[in-house]
Design a protein around this ligand. Structure first.
Ligand code: SF4
Length: 360
């Protein structure tokens, strides 16, 4: 259910973006970032601002539990999880701890580290760019920069008779010419050519759109910016004429470096919010009623970061196993063989056996 509805909510948001997106807001934001990073002082921080930034971080160090552990709570960034993952996460099931590829650990910490500097840069922009810094980080009533824990919210909702909560701490709340904008920042490690191709073709990631829809419900702000940054940068000097670089890997074109930043301006409607709330209410209902959500083929597209894979497979019914294996056989003989959905299903089925096969 969630997969289908989630996808349609994201599609409807994309349609809305393509119709109404004032491209100039996204472009104006990129222009401001480019002006800042081209500035000769952008590699230096101002002591007073830097100190204030780190003092704020220090004040918020430490884990704080949600106010009511009996209410199913969704983190805004986790509002696109599969129904079963939400169920296991909110049951007594322990997340599986396994080692990972070392580079993935390094990649995760790269993303975590860069956002700190993006925020630090944003608070320096008014000093470096003067009135050209049109996008500025807001401040809270108690004088903190409006991002992360300083603006963390936990709020209870009720839909269809089911209570649940959403919590979020956005990467920033921006002021743009008197308008409030939500700000989310994401790194991409696929390489800048791949990043540009994907974002140009598909737009912002659907789970990031769900995240900002959830945030809009908490903060009462219905628009904002999702900023993507490639961790791969263009070659320091042009690689256009370098024979050693294949055409598909070139990071310069027409005498200019290819973009390593993409910004999307989004506008959230009430319909998108209600669609998300209905999905979350249904997931919460299954948790309260202790019903394991039935397995679907679409769910296997969300397994990559799931910490309940082994448990999920061990809870499959015989009918679900049969359904999945039959679907896999259909994929294998179709023109989708070896493509994204087929690969996800195959990956999930690793180690799963149907009854007859298990007995052989
Ligand atoms: S392993 Fe996949 S299908 Fe199972 S709970 Fe995790 S994400 Fe969902």
């Amino acid at each position: 259910m969630t997969n289908t509805n989630g996808r349609s909510a994201a599609n409807s948001l994309r349609a809305h973006l393509s119709q109404s997106q004032p491209k100039d807001i996204a472009q104006a934001f990129i222009d401001q970032l480019d002006a800042y990073y081209a500035h000769p002082s952008s590699s230096y921080y101002i002591d007073k601002l830097e100190r204030r930034f780190y003092e704020q971080k220090l004040r918020h160090l430490g884990w704080k539990p949600n106010p009511d552990p009996n209410i199913v709570t969704f983190g805004a960034s986790g509002t696109d999880m599969c129904d079963r993952q939400i169920f296991f996460k909110n049951s007594a099931t322990k997340p599986e701890k396994s080692t990972d590829e070392p580079f993935r650990g390094r990649q995760r910490r790269q993303g975590t580290a860069i956002i700190d500097f993006v925020q630090l840069d944003l608070i320096h922009m008014p000093k470096r760019l003067g009135s050209k810094a049109e996008f500025t980080i807001e401040e809270t009533d108690d004088g903190q920069y409006a991002f992360e824990d300083a603006v963390k919210v936990w709020k209870v909702f009720e839909r269809n008779g089911v209570k649940f909560a959403i919590t979020a701490k956005p990467d920033g709340i921006l002021d743009y010419q008197g308008r409030q904008l939500l700000f989310e920042y994401k790194t991409k490690a696929t390489g800048l050519v791949a990043m540009n191709g994907k974002l140009d073709f598909k737009g912002a990631d659907s789970h990031h759109l769900r995240q900002v829809t959830a945030e809009s419900l908490l903060f009462g702000i219905n628009e904002g910016i999702i900023l993507y940054e490639s961790t791969e940068k263009p070659s320091w000097f042009s690689d256009e004429d370098k024979k050693s670089v294949p055409k598909t890997r070139k990071t310069w074109a027409d005498g200019k470096p290819k973009p390593d930043l993409w910004a999307f301006h989004f506008v959230i409607t009430e319909e998108m919010q209600e669609s998300l709330l209905a999905d979350l209410a249904e997931q919460a209902r299954l948790v309260y009623e202790k019903q394991i959500p039935p397995m679907t083929i679409e769910m296997t597209g969300k397994c990559a970061f799931c910490a309940f894979k082994g448990h999920c497979k061990s809870q499959l019914t015989d009918e679900e196993k049969t359904m999945l294996f039959e679907a896999e056989r259909r994929y294998a003989t179709s023109n989708l063989a070896g493509k994204y959905d087929h690969n996800n299903l195959r990956e999930y089925l690793g180690g799963v056996q149907v009854e007859e096969e298990a007995e052989q």
